[in-house]
Design a protein around this ligand. Structure first.
Ligand code: GAL
Length: 711
């Protein structure tokens, strides 16, 4: 029996070994005595509230090496390992010959070292025998050639045979480990990314279109296929286009891709769920701003959202990275996991510099501050051969700690200390930023100004708004909105009718909706709204976009969102400017363009209208940071948004987490200078066991402060 490090769980290691072999028929597995042991079916209490993890690949090492590795992990305070996600050829070395005994022993040994396991299904790396026997399971590249072995992700996500084989291996694993008390959850596949463009995929796409549109007449009308004689008279004529094509076709391909990832994932979820305890969560590791599929389509069937958080070249940008955390938290509207993050450096950037000493720790606290409950390092140790030999690790090729190990061990101690305080807390924000894949795709296919990047546009709002509010949710336009005082929609290019009605209801219900430039231009089929921007919201706004202009040079904007004259600095629109008009008597102009191309001179750049207790605002220019700071200040003031903690120096990030009667602030100094923070009241400094009113934080210093929750 074992004693918990951070909880009240306990079990016997021998029970683990018994279970798998009692429930599965294996070929080639050494038979260990099997007697089913009843197990607890709830694990939430059996997990530490904050988890530190590492990706571990026991299949790459002789078994004699496992124990020293696990021992080192345990000493660092690592609570879990993610295992198995590329190990198909070891789990099933030949068709139907399953070998799970090694995995069973690895899991049992991990348990002995108080380390729990997240099991990855290995479907991102099918074995060579599989694709040799079933070549139809290989994905077809855009040039029409099948992918090959030698790397990974060579499978076809839409192929029925691959689904069958994926279902089989996931079921076998779940039969074996679905009741294993040391397995706390599952990761499906690894970083869904690659599509397939073969004739079968195309046919499946055509079928999918048929069920979406019903008739070709409907499709032709919605896509305006009379344009360039694209009219389809047979479903089989419809091609796959990914870069330049009819906008309706492009959008539908991406929607098909997203639905196909969803069913690809569901296939494995079903396989696992039929055998596994409900206490075992199911997740997959997503990739931040990656837009290969609509994550809002794929997430709902998961128990937990997770992502792989890599800085790559350079250093942590707390704004961009923080917004990606908030995006991931928005997939299911609750705390999430960082399933992979870099132990110092990666191997795939242009310059694979390391994060500075202290930065890995600061980043982990930044992760938790944004609502992560787990941070896991990729990877524990590099395989002695393989594509990623140069990647950062926690132990070196000799199996002894790298310099970073001590910093991660410090995190282990700190997670243990702060865990009980942060348990059950999560992030609650008064401000939401709307993010939509359809809008990002639509803009990226037709940027009109090649430097206009919809993610950068979102971040231009996110940064200053976060400075004021200190907490932001990034959510889909389909998420519930009524709890927010302020909802901001930067470049929400595609606004289907239903979404428009929802946004109108939000404003009528007393909320403040701010639409950024390029919003409300397209409908659900990526076709232009005939009202011009912001489409179905134009009437509520009492104004619209008369014309849009890609800018060759910045254009000055005048007006300062009500800030005192002393605070006014010159402000500009960059890259994009829309000439707005006012149609309703009560729509006010907030900002005008100075002299520029003649068309914009003196014309409205931002307008706003009160609607009962609510308000709708349209900002038609991509604003520079000064203008955006003034705009953000105005937005929070007019919406009654309050700072979560209070003013702090610019380089200090503040992260509030709350739950029950607990309110916890995590503070991290990402600046080079030492800074002092005066707190609004005395708080408990959890990491230092003291009471504080004033804090001094050096670069990368972290404070975890507990106070009574606001009512
Ligand atoms: C991730 C991937 C890992 C590993 C890592 C290296 O994208 O999931 O398996 O390759 O990158 O940074």
């Amino acid at each position: 029996m074992r004693t918990p490090r951070n909880g009240n769980w306990s079990w016997s290691v021998s029970a683990l070994v018994a279970l798998c072999l009692s429930t599965t028929v294996f070929t080639g597995v050494s038979q260990v005595a099997a007697s089913p042991t009843p197990l607890r079916s709830s694990s939430s209490e059996s997990r530490a509230p904050l988890l530190l993890g590492a990706a571990w690949y026991p299949e790459q090492w002789p078994e004699a090496r496992w124990e020293p590795d696990l021992q080192l992990m345990e000493s660092a305070g690592i609570h879990f390992v993610r295992v198995g996600e590329f190990a198909w050829s070891t789990m099933e070395p030949a068709e139907g010959e399953y070998k799970f005994d090694w995995l069973e022993r690895a899991i049992a040994l991990a348990a002995k070292h108080h380390i729990q396991v997240v099991l990855g299904t290995p479907t991102a790396a099918p074995p060579a025998w599989l694709t040799q026997k079933y070549p139809e399971t290989l994905r077809i590249n855009e040039d029409g050639r099948p992918d090959e072995h030698g790397n990974r992700q060579q499978f076809n996500w839409s192929d029925p045979k691959y689904r069958e084989l994926a279902h089989d291996i996931a079921s076998r694993m779940a039969e074996c480990f679905g009741h294993n008390p040391n397995v706390i959850g599952w990761q499906i596949d690894n970083e869904y990314a690659e599509e397939s463009y073969g004739p079968d995929d195309r046919q499946r796409f055509q079928q999918w279109l048929k069920s979406r549109y019903g008739t070709l007449d409907a499709l032709n009308a919605r896509w305006t296929t009379a344009y360039w004689s694209q009219t389809y008279t047979d479903w089989n004529q419809i091609p796959i286009e990914t870069g330049y094509g009819n906008p309706g076709l492009l959008l539908n391909w991406k929607l098909f891709v997203s639905d196909t990832w969803r069913s690809y994932q569901k296939n494995q979820i079903d396989a696992i769920r039929s055998h596994a305890d409900t206490r075992q969560f199911i997740t997959t590791n997503m990739m931040g701003w990656f837009s290969g599929y609509d994550h809002y389509t794929v997430s709902p069937e998961l128990d937990l959202a997770a992502w792989d958080d890599y800085v790559g070249e350079g250093h942590l940008d707390p704004v961009r990275n923080g917004a990606a955390h908030d995006l991931t938290r928005g997939f299911l509207g609750k705390s999430f996991w960082v399933m992979e993050t870099q132990p110092g450096f990666v191997n795939w950037a242009k310059v694979n510099n390391t994060l500075n000493k202290g930065e890995v720790r600061a980043m982990a606290w930044h992760d938790l501050g944004h609502g992560a409950d787990a941070v896991s390092y990729w990877q524990w140790r590099s395989a002695l051969n393989g594509q990623e030999e140069y990647h950062g690790t926690l132990v070196g090729a000799d199996g002894t700690p790298t310099p970073l190990y001590a910093e991660v061990a410090q995190l282990g101690r700190e997670f243990a200390k702060a865990g009980p305080v942060l348990a059950g807390t999560s992030v609650h924000s008064e401000v939401a930023i709307l993010h939509s894949y359809e809008s990002r795709w639509a803009i990226n296919w037709q940027r009109h100004n090649s430097d206009y990047d919809p993610v950068k546009e979102l971040l231009s709002y996110y940064g200053p708004l976060r400075d004021y509010a200190q907490s932001i949710d990034v959510v889909s336009p389909d998420a519930p909105l009524s709890q927010y005082k302020l909802v901001v929609a930067p470049a929400l290019n595609v606004i289907p009718e239903e979404t428009a009605q929802k946004l109108i209801a939000y404003v009528r219900g007393g909320g403040h909706l701010v639409l950024g430039d390029r919003s409300g231009m397209k409908d659900a089929d990526n076709a232009l709204w005939p009202q011009r921007q912001p489409g179905p919201l134009a009437d509520l706004l009492g104004g619209r976009v008369e014309q849009y202009y890609a800018l060759e040079a910045p254009v000055e904007v005048l007006g300062n969102f009500g800030q005192p004259a002393s605070m006014r600095a010159k402000q500009y629109a960059n890259l994009w400017a829309e000439q707005l008009s006012v149609k309703a008597p009560d729509t006010e102009v907030l900002l005008r363009y100075a002299k520029s191309n003649g068309w914009l001179d003196g014309q409205p750049a931002a307008i706003t209208r009160r609607v009962g207790k609510g308000r709708i605002t349209y900002i038609g220019a991509s604003l520079d940071s000064k203008a955006m700071a003034a705009a953000a200040n105005w937005m929070v003031r007019t919406s009654g948004v309050t700072r979560a903690l209070g003013p702090v120096p610019a380089s200090i990030d503040v992260y509030p987490r709350s739950g029950g009667d607990r309110l916890v602030y995590i503070l991290v100094n990402f600046g080079k200078k030492t800074e002092t923070v005066d707190l609004p009241s005395e708080m408990t400094d959890i990491l230092h066991d003291s009471k504080v009113r004033r804090l001094t934080l050096q670069q990368y210093d972290v404070a975890v402060l507990q106070t009574a929750a606001r009512h």
